[in-house]
Write a protein that binds this ligand. Structure first.
Ligand SMILES: [Zn+2]
Length: 656
């Protein structure tokens, strides 16, 4: 482990709080130390209270914030002595503890302080850093873990057997410090959880963290016996995207809501999925109870979702008398291993499925190391339950994920790189959907920088390329719930007398042939959608009111409209709703250049502004307006509507 402290960078903000934030960012950048809001840090310094009196303050990281991006604003100032007094209490529920910590805040607008604040307060040193270092977890998760860590660190560390975070851990650390702290003590190890290092300055605490974790890494290297890793080198199998969507559908059913499923194809998880010992070792439990809210206690092996849900329900029944959260959480798995799929991680949102993936990719090497050290062990199920049904963890989870109308669902949007397609993709992302954006424009992958967006450059006129793109989208998100067909071609105006067969064919190829192929490819996925499939077709005013000079466009859009009506009839039996919106002149798209607008306005002897409002309501219609109507047709408001054709044109007497 490399010591990355840079003396120039660290003093840019001069004071100790800045240096504490700097040390936190260094640690947070290393996934082998902290993941997903894990870890924390603090600095004790003199401050002034509201009356101008000197006070000892503890500046501690806010709960759930990310170490990798921590700044001083993410540190919450607390009255140090008030927090220290809390550990003298005989008993205190964690909700009461959380409230008492809030009561000790010296700045009411600061973030809620870490649930490990009592530990930070109990440590006498000014600077404290905390990580969940993988190397320590590897040693910790073996039969002789505690003895190994004791002999490794000697007098430098106080070792405390596993105890859940919160009041109990705070009090245990305070007691251990009063009994065992000496001038040699630079660390506290909480077994099966992590390590706190400390010193006079954040630099000292950081140096101690790097030194002690490096020693743990060396210990693992020197004491590991080679284990066979069968499966390594074998090729990741290609699987039918429909099989994955079927699995996702079954998982969503037991979860009672749509889930995202992500198939991982990296060599590490693939080799693990092929290991004959997989079930035995991964079935022992997570590397720390802290991970249970993201990964559940055990992965699902194979595809029997009902059996997994039954086992989860029994686990809940066995332990529920100890729970503070009284309702059973959904019984769906979060990590799946299957010989054909490899590893699949699932969750109620893209962020949750990805978090489960990140954590399990970190878990695999730790399990491997612990196996090599003599055998991976984990905690008893009661410890997992204790964390999983801990009210503070559940509130952390709900804070971590935004919930939108379409959270957990997946939409395919064609033409997503620009115009109406792009506006629809943006609207669906804002409402929580994962979006697979297809576009002939190769820049489509960069249209949005959201993890819930996967842009794939693809010519929809090539059905094989479209099929591969949909497969890639399903591998990433697990299925397809909605289709927004927004891609279209508007050929140059030409009278029928000047018929251009090439331009005609191209319009038919994109607006009709490709659309028919896309509907056919997407149908089996829509039929598996947990909340029933939905299609929104972006048609055109020209369907009802064709324009002179637009024969290829008007005829192709009319054919596509007829196709849409047939799909509405055929797919109702699968519960799939198919609705159309018909925009007229939407001017904020690439189609309408300034020159074209000026030319058209001149043709009608109008100003450009008047031309844009050439409708009964005299209003301009933007692509965002169209996107809102599209999203509405996909949502619950339209749950009983199929086959609707909605003009969005400000009113047009030829359509009415
Ligand atoms: Zn921790």
């Amino acid at each position: 482990m490399i010591n990355r402290w840079d003396s120039v960078e660290s003093v840019s903000g001069a004071n100790l709080a800045d240096q504490c934030a700097y040390a936190s960012r260094l640690l947070g950048a290393d996934v082998s130390l902290v993941l997903h809001g894990g870890g924390n840090s603090s600095i004790k310094q003199k401050d002034l209270d509201a009356y101008g009196e000197p006070i000892e303050a503890l500046w501690v990281k806010g709960s759930g914030s990310d170490m990798a991006t921590l700044t001083v604003d993410g540190l919450t100032p607390l009255d140090l002595n008030a927090v220290r007094r809390m550990s003298e209490a005989h008993e205190m529920s964690d909700l009461v503890m959380k409230n008492a910590l809030r009561g000790a805040m010296l700045d009411g607008d600061a973030p809620g302080p870490s649930v490990e604040s009592m530990v930070h307060a109990a440590i006498p040193d000014a600077a404290v850093l905390h990580t969940h270092a993988d190397a320590l977890l590897a040693i910790s998760n073996t039969a002789s873990g505690q003895a190994s860590i004791e002999s490794l660190y000697g007098d430098r560390a106080i070792i405390i057997p596993y105890i859940r975070s919160g009041f109990r851990a705070g009090r245990a650390v305070a007691r251990a410090i009063s009994e065992s702290y000496t001038s040699d003590t630079i660390a506290i190890v909480l077994m099966d959880h992590g390590i706190f290092t400390f010193g006079e300055t954040p630099r000292d605490a950081y140096d101690h963290m790097i030194d002690l974790v490096t020693e743990a890494e060396r210990f693992v290297e020197q004491n590991a016996h080679a284990t066979s890793e069968t499966g390594r080198g074998s090729e990741v199998s290609r699987v039918a995207a429909l099989d994955l969507a079927t699995l996702r559908s079954a998982i969503s059913q037991v979860a009672g809501k749509p889930f995202i499923a992500r198939r991982h194809t990296d060599p590490l998880s693939w080799a693990f999925s092929q290991d004959p010992e997989l079930e035995s070792i991964a079935g022992r439990g997570p590397i720390t109870p802290d991970h249970v809210i993201w990964t559940r206690t055990v992965p699902m092996f194979g595809r029997d979702v009902t059996a997994y849900a039954d086992a989860y329900t029994s686990y809940y029944e066995d332990h529920k008398h100890t729970a503070t959260v009284t309702e059973m959480l959904d019984p769906a798995p979060r990590v799946v291993f299957d010989p054909e799929f490899g590893m699949v991680t699932v969750g109620p949102s893209v962020a949750a499925a990805d978090a489960a993936g990140d954590i399990y990719l970190q878990t695999i090497p730790v399990i491997r190391s612990a196996e090599a050290l003599g055998g991976y062990t984990s905690r008893p199920a009661s410890d997992f339950f204790d964390v999983e049904y801990w009210e503070l963890e559940q509130s952390k989870l709900s804070r971590a994920f935004r919930q939108g109308e379409f959270t957990g669902e997946v939409a395919v949007v064609t033409g997503a790189a620009s115009g109406i397609g792009r506006a629809c993709a943006r609207e669906l992302l804002a409402r929580g959907a994962a979006v697979i954006g297809l576009d002939i424009n190769p820049a489509v992958p960069n249209t949005f920088s959201d993890a819930a967006f996967l842009g794939i450059g693809c010519d929809l006129a090539d059905a094989d390329a479209t099929s591969l793109a949909l497969d890639a989208g399903v591998t990433r998100f697990g299925g397809i719930d909605m289709l927004v067909a927004a891609a279209g071609l508007f050929p140059e105006s030409a009278p029928i007398a000047n018929h251009d067969p090439v331009a005609w064919r191209r319009a038919m190829s994109v607006n009709v042939d490709a659309f028919a192929a896309l509907l056919s490819l997407v149908h089996p996925f829509l039929a598996l959608a947990p909340r029933r499939g939905r299609v929104a077709v972006v048609g055109s005013k020209n369907v009802a009111a064709p324009g002179p000079g637009a024969s290829a466009y008007s005829a192709s859009k009319a054919a596509a409209n007829q196709l849409t009506r047939v799909a509405t009839l055929e797919w109702a039996a699968d519960g799939i709703r198919v609705n159309s919106v018909h925009p007229d002149a939407v001017f904020d798209t690439a189609l309408w250049t300034d020159e074209l607008l000026a030319e058209r306005a001149a043709r009608y002897s109008m100003s450009v502004e008047d031309y844009k409002r050439r409708n009964l309501l005299s209003i301009e219609i933007t692509s965002a307006d169209v996107a809102e109507v599209v999203a509405a047709t996909l949502g619950d408001t339209f749950s009983r509507v199929t086959g609707a054709h909605i003009p969005i044109d400000g009113g047009n007497d030829r359509v009415i």
